[in-house]
Ligand binder design. Structure first.
Ligand code: ADP
Ligand code: MG
Length: 401
């Protein structure tokens, strides 16, 4: 089977010259030429039989090294070769550090072209063969699940639900709660967290995060979950680029069984990336028309930006009470989005008390706690029998009376 190559360059002349050379080599074939980084990412994600990507150092808008890194994250067995004017140790080291399989001159001899491309393709095919023989389940197990929560608008209970799910899950699993509501994140006011480090401290090292760096950035809450805070200075939000968010979340997912991300209601590069990467997205809405309409608009925005289709997405109705005019059935009709089976009942007093006394893991409202357990089970965050405990506590209290 011939080696299938994608060329990534905005330089028409370079593309033409490479194409002409490749035609002379019987075992090599050009699948396409992409002028920009997003085009390259698009082809690499969809074209499964691609062997090698030649990335021109001058490609944009994403810098070539960042693009190589992104390709390695999206397709670990894909082989990228950097095309560079300069060929020295420094260039090679930087390219290899970004995850490239090698560096090739922008005007290679036919022999150089054949050698570099064949070596990269051999590696890629060997990696693919090995990954295929590793069972899919084993791979899945090594990766924690990412659950992203977003609010249709502010005040719909996103942070409350994220914190509650994280606390409940931490009893069973290793959990990291990430505050990706970068400008208005307020997890510290719900959980008693005193910590100076935030996600902004991981941005500079995002491409090479190690265990100790993560340990340094995270706060360990006494009830179990690890917490990665939003920067305390809101303006640092923009430091969390899509690439940094992707790298940070990937690093967390490889170390925690469950990564729960509070994306807030305001979309930034960081929060959009979390929504894109998540295994499941939970959108919170209150039972009122402005929130329901905002939820529809937000999902439409995700679809337009090609961040997320409405798959693996559930809307959770919060602050639900029988007195509300809009009941779950009607909300479901207005939204025409998948509604979670359980709703979060209104529990204003119990929540207020729990927040003030710093006991959010023990909200004194059985209906509220049961809803959290049911939602956790519904979304695969908690084991199937998790709701038992709330029922039992109720029964044992009744028995004690
Ligand atoms: N189920 C609920 N019942 C009553 N009040 C709630 C409920 N969920 C959240 N709240 C309250 O609503 C306010 C906003 O909640 P929060 O979780 O911070 O929303 P968001 O993160 O969407 O802005 C808080 O005062 C919180 O205590
Ligand atoms: Mg919030």
């Amino acid at each position: 089977m011939s080696i299938r190559i994608l060329i990534g360059t905005a330089d028409q002349e370079l593309a033409g010259a490479l194409r002409a050379q490749i035609t002379e080599l019987p075992d090599l074939e050009v699948v396409g030429v992409e002028k920009g980084s997003s085009g390259v990412i698009g082809i690499v994600t969809t074209e499964q039989s691609l062997d090698v990507v030649l990335v021109d150092e001058g490609i944009g808008p994403m810098p070539a090294h960042d693009l190589v890194r992104e390709l390695a994250l999206r397709r670990p067995h894909g082989a990228a070769v950097l095309l560079s004017r300069r060929m020295d140790e420094d260039v090679l080291t930087r390219a290899l550090e970004a995850g490239a399989r090698g560096v090739m001159s922008r005007s290679p001899s036919l022999e150089e072209l054949e050698t570099r491309v064949t070596a990269a393709a051999d590696w890629s095919r060997e990696m693919r063969r090995r990954l295929d023989t590793t069972s899919h389940d084993a791979l899945q197990e090594e990766r924690g699940r990412v659950i992203a929560l977003a609010g249709a608008k502010g005040g719909t209970g996103t942070t409350t639900l994220a914190v509650q799910l994280a606390l409940a899950a931490a009893a069973e699993r290793t959990v990291c709660l990430v505050d990706m509501d970068l400008q208005t994140g307020d997890i510290p006011s719900y959980l008693d967290v005193v910590h100076r480090r935030s996600i902004a401290d991981l941005v500079g090292v995002a491409s090479e995060i190690t265990g100790p760096m993560i340990a340094d950035a995270l706060f360990v809450h006494r009830d179990g979950p690890h917490v990665l805070l939003a920067p305390s200075e809101g303006e640092r939000a923009e430091e969390v680029t899509a690439l940094a968010a992707r790298q940070i979340l990937s690093a967390l997912r490889s170390r925690f069984e469950m990564v729960i991300v509070d994306c807030g209601a305001f979309m930034t590069e960081g929060s959009v990336t979390a929504v894109e990467l998540a295994d499941r997205v939970i959108l919170t809405v209150t039972p009122d028309l402005p929130a329901l309409r905002a939820a529809k608009r937000l999902v439409q925005l995700w679809v337009r930006l090609e961040v997320r289709k409405d798959d693996e997405l559930s809307v959770v109705l919060t602050q639900q009470s029988r007195r509300n005019e809009i009941q779950p059935d009607l909300a479901g009709k207005i939204l025409s989005l998948p509604l979670a089976k359980s709703t979060v009942p209104s529990a204003f007093r119990a929540l207020e008390k729990a927040i003030n006394s710093n006991t959010l893991s023990r909200v004194e409202d059985d209906g509220f706690r049961r809803a959290i357990m049911q939602l956790g089970t519904e979304f695969g965050i908690l084991p199937v029998n998790a709701g038992q405990e709330v029922r039992t506590s109720r029964r044992s209290r009744a028995e004690a009376r």
